[in-house]
Design a protein around this ligand. Structure first.
Ligand SMILES: [Zn+2]
Length: 358
């Protein structure tokens, strides 16, 4: 089936449910999300090959230049927002949101382009790449006048929307869903929430509450901080003192109190190496560090077959950037985030051996 013909229908189904309460439409949207995420989604959060859903559970068979059409992920993010607002205890939705935004969508844009050019597909073949002109295959960046794709339309939107799912609120709570430097003007409460972080380079984010325009509103609420499934040993501190609240991966950690200006919460989400195996081939996997999917940098070398990567060899080589190294095929390879895989040949899925460092 043509993937992006269908994803907007599921967004419509979720909205139909919100408008009518007809449970069938909620079931359609939820079921479709589950099928796409579990059976069709690559490590970077994208789905489809040549715009189409291929047979289910066949990730390893479809690692191509034209994988993960950008529009599909743009629409899956919309669908995910709809479903999460119907089930706001379900961290799986936000885990996916982070995965697709941080890996595929951030990487979709040429960081050196003054006009913000983007790719149509995100290549996942061994030796895939993003760059200028037809030689770069599915990873060709758009141009001012020589391209006019659907993914340029959604791309223009995507890269203005990185802030739109960081915070949500309901009658009693403020949800911190994503870790990214932001300032929230919470006008309904007369509060300003400032999040300072260099996540995912570091594993810590600081959230400061202060008075904003219209202050004096009720400042008693529950701060609900997403504890991602990929972390373990997460911790919270309030004004420098450890908070004893559950920080179970895949849940929200809650702090309820009457907040006063200057209150500061620090959240620490330890990161480790992990594998994201192909769903049909467990010994073929992408490597991630915390939320960030990594690629091997092969420069201008032609790579047609991915070398076997020794998981025990994975090392972080910088504290201030996301730089890593590994041994693959008997040689040392530099590993960088998928989103930094720009202008060189990369490998995302490797045959793997051994175990990641603990
Ligand atoms: Zn498109």
């Amino acid at each position: 089936m043509h993937a992006n013909t269908n994803i907007p229908k599921w967004i419509g189904a979720a909205r139909e449910y919100k408008a009518t309460g007809t449970a069938r439409y909620h079931a359609i949207a939820k079921n479709a999300w589950d099928i796409v995420i579990n059976a069709h989604t690559y490590a970077i959060g994208g789905n489809s090959q040549a715009e189409h859903f291929r047979p289910p559970n066949a990730i390893s068979a479809y690692l191509a230049k034209d994988t993960a059409e950008s529009c599909n992920s743009y629409n899956m993010l919309k669908l995910t927002r709809e479903l999460w607002t119907l089930d706001p205890t379900n961290v799986a939705y936000v885990d996916f949101y982070e995965r697709a935004v941080l890996n595929q969508m951030l990487g979709q844009q040429d960081p050196h382009s003054a006009h913000g050019h983007v790719t149509y597909f995100s290549s996942l073949n061994p030796g895939g790449a993003r760059g200028v002109g037809p030689a770069w295959g599915g990873g060709t960046w758009s141009t001012d006048y020589a391209s006019f794709w659907c993914c340029q339309g959604t791309g223009v939107e995507t890269h203005t929307k990185f802030m739109d799912s960081v915070y949500f609120y309901d009658a009693d709570s403020l949800y911190i869903n994503l870790f990214t430097p932001t300032v929230l003007t919470w006008s309904q409460r007369g509060l300003t929430v400032t999040q300072s972080t260099s996540f995912p380079i570091t594993d810590t984010s600081t959230i400061k509450i202060s008075s904003g325009p219209g202050a004096s509103a009720n400042s008693t609420f529950t701060l609900k901080i997403r504890i991602p499934t990929w972390t373990s040993g997460a911790s919270l501190a309030l004004n420098g003192a450890a908070v004893t609240t559950a920080t179970t991966p895949g849940s929200y950690a809650s702090i309820s109190r009457s907040w006063t200006a200057g209150d500061t919460v620090t959240v620490t989400l330890p990161m480790k190496f992990r594998t994201v195996p192909a769903n049909d081939k467990r010994d073929l996997a992408a490597i991630a560090y915390g939320p960030t999917v990594l690629v091997g940098n092969y420069g201008s070398r032609t790579v047609s077959t991915a070398p076997t990567l020794t998981l025990d060899s994975l090392r972080r080589t910088s504290e201030t950037t996301l730089a890593f190294s590994a041994t693959a095929g008997g040689s040392t390879v530099t590993m960088v985030p998928f989103f930094e895989g720009q202008g060189f040949n990369y490998v995302t899925y490797f045959p793997i051996t051994g175990a990641v460092p603990s």
